[in-house]
Design a protein around this ligand. Structure first.
Ligand code: IMP
Length: 433
């Protein structure tokens, strides 16, 4: 029963969309277990770019079934847009997508509250994606959320919505001095937009377990990254879900004992969107070099991403939390033209050497760097590890050595075919492994 969890090893935007798309070619089912439309998984498909926010990227592989697990939050308006984008690519997924009945719904007032809340934080703002993620999970924790199952019963849905709109209007008007929303027009519009979804709602937990019992190949697709995790991330500069492999159990409704392998996806350098500590960040205009080379602008919000060097201490923490079986390193080609490349090997904290990123002291960590010579050759057309320039191979081996985890795959461009196997045996999931 091979199954694999794919986790972002940094602060999100590691290129998981492309990696999942690649790995899903050997999968029977792909399952999202947390987050919502804050994610933006960019995949290059038949020469065109598609950004999936909520539908697992595995859907692009014919025959692969997809599940949006109970740990996710769903925005039906974004889902309708994704659905239209898939139709344009002539990908039909109607019977292949299942939405767990326990997943919570994002409503337009969640988006409004998200933006207003973050603005009110002033200097302490998190820089959220404004997609309503935090407020939707807040309703879930407050036990007043509207779930996908509620879309199957109009009277139950309307009753819950009426109460929630009243509560949201109170906050909108009283705390934020904003205009209230109209229950009637919201209810009509939301009910209409959710009709195509209702037939996809079912028991994700039972369906996934059935597949695991049958021994089919199930891939669990994480969103965001380990260091944006609500518990283990750089709190409060985090998202509101459990982004690591530990999120799969409650986010799908299966026992963690089912899980076999966990792969961490890391960029060959580091980026972060939104606020919060980032020890290996490149300050000032120098960061523009990486931003331009890597087209580092948010897939969901278009915001420029903060850029920095590869941080081995950050990865060490990710490896420990998740027990990664292997790593996939993405965007190696972005470094092709650099003369020198720095790598953060650890930190100094009050004169003491610290090997592993520590979220509790993140702002005090002073990065320690080594500088490596760049390879100054294009890697985009390499398909075999031995075809990579010597300098690139040295860089990758250094990462393995510093992080203590083998690299199974390397991505050298956005196209599906631009993938190089380094140690495929490290990842039993790969057919050649
Ligand atoms: P939220 O998830 O929209 O509440 O945003 C919380 C923090 O997580 C902000 O710093 C966002 O920029 C960040 N974030 C959320 N989703 C992603 C993602 O998919 N990639 C990178 N950062 C993200």
């Amino acid at each position: 029963m091979p199954n694999l969890v794919v986790v972002g090893a940094q602060w999100g935007d590691e290129g998981k969309g492309k990696v999942v798309d690649h790995l899903a070619q050997s999968a029977d089912m792909v399952v999202r277990y947390q987050g919502g439309p804050n994610a933006g998984h960019t995949v290059c498909f038949r020469g065109r770019e598609i950004i999936l926010h909520q539908i697992p990227s595995g859907i692009l592989t014919p025959g692969v079934k997809a599940v949006i697990g109970c740990g996710c939050v769903i925005d039906p308006y974004t889902l309708a847009e994704e659905s239209a984008a898939l139709r344009r690519l002539k990908i039909s997924y109607g019977r292949r997508l299942l939405i767990d009945s326990r997943a919570h719904m994002i409503l337009p007032y969640h988006r409004m509250l998200d933006t207003l809340q973050d603005k009110q934080r002033g200097k302490r703002r998190i820089g959220t994606t404004g997609r309503g993620i935090g407020p939707a999970y807040q309703d879930k924790l407050a036990r007043v959320g509207i779930r996908a199952a509620d879309l199957l019963h109009e009277d139950i849905f309307m009753d819950k919505l009426r109460r929630n709109v009243a509560a949201a209007n109170f906050v909108l008007m009283d705390r934020y001095k904003a205009d209230p929303i109209s229950f009637k027009s919201l209810a009509e519009d939301y009910w209409k937009v959710t009709r195509p979804l209702a037939r996809m709602v079912g028991d994700g937990s039972a369906v996934v377990e059935q597949e695991l019992k049958k021994g089919t190949r199930v891939l669990f697709e994480g969103a965001q990254g380990v260091h944006l995790d609500l518990d283990l991330g750089t709190y409060p500069y985090v998202t509101t879900s459990s982004t690591g492999a530990w999120g799969v159990g409650p986010g799908v409704g299966i026992s963690p004992l089912w899980l076999e392998q966990v792969v961490g996806v890391a960029k060959a350098y580091t980026t972060r969107v939104g606020m919060g500590p980032f020890p290996a960040e490149i300050e000032g205009s120098e960061s523009e070099v990486l931003r331009k080379l890597g087209a580092e602008y948010g897939a969901t919000t278009g915001r420029p991403r903060r850029c920095g060097w590869f941080d081995a201490g950050l990865l060490r923490a990710s490896v420990r939390y998740n027990r990664f079986t292997a790593l996939v390193v993405t965007k190696l080609d972005v470094l092709d033209s650099l003369e020198e490349i720095k790598v953060c090997t650890g930190y100094s904290l009050n004169g003491r050497r610290v090997r592993e990123f520590d979220a509790a002291h993140a702002v005090e960590l002073e990065p320690q760097y080594i500088t490596m010579r760049g390879w100054r050759q294009p890697t985009g057309s390499c398909r075999k590890y031995r075809e990579l320039p010597l300098g690139a191979r040295r860089y990758l081996r250094k990462i393995e050595e510093l992080v203590g985890c083998p690299i199974a795959l390397i991505s050298v461009g956005s196209d599906r075919t631009q993938m190089v196997e380094m140690k495929p045996g490290a990842l039993k999931w790969l057919k050649s492994g």
